[in-house]
Design a protein around this ligand. Structure first.
Ligand SMILES: [Zn+2]
Length: 140
């Protein structure tokens, strides 16, 4: 079967489909990379499969979509009124699941940083936040 999309276009489409390589996550990775931080991705052996793991700093980073994790007070977290009975319990489960993951990871001694999708719109501010979070914890 011939691919109707040229190679570049195809991979662009594929990367949009794969939820792992979301754009906000890439932005965070680029920032860490520029800052000289070493990290690993999607460690399956950790609860909640953190998006980014910085072993040296004992820190895991979750990059969360504002809607899917209901970023409080954020314009992107608005639930469609027409479908509330579907979304409210669904999103509530997302949040609860993450809370359980946080408890488990803390119990294992990890520090958890949550980066919101909307925060990746302001690279400079996000960079400062990450630096502050990572420096505060210190190296292991
Ligand atoms: Zn947000």
């Amino acid at each position: 079967m011939t691919d109707v999309f040229e190679k570049g276009k195809r991979s662009e489409i594929m990367s949009r489909i794969r939820s792992r390589d979301t754009r906000p996550e890439k932005i965070v990775r680029n920032l860490l990379h520029k800052g000289g931080y070493r990290f690993r991705l999607h460690r399956k052996d950790l609860p909640g499969r953190p998006d980014i793991v910085l072993p040296k700093y004992g820190t895991v980073i979750f990059v969360h979509g504002c809607f899917w994790h209901q970023h409080k007070g954020c314009g992107r977290a608005t639930i469609p009124k027409s479908n509330e009975e579907y979304w409210v319990p669904k999103l509530k489960r997302n949040i609860e699941r993450f809370e359980e993951v946080v408890v488990k990871l803390r119990g294992m001694g990890w520090k958890i940083v949550q980066v919101w999708e909307c925060e990746t719109a302001n690279i400079e501010r996000l960079s400062k936040k990450l630096d502050a979070m990572l420096r505060k914890g210190g190296k292991r």
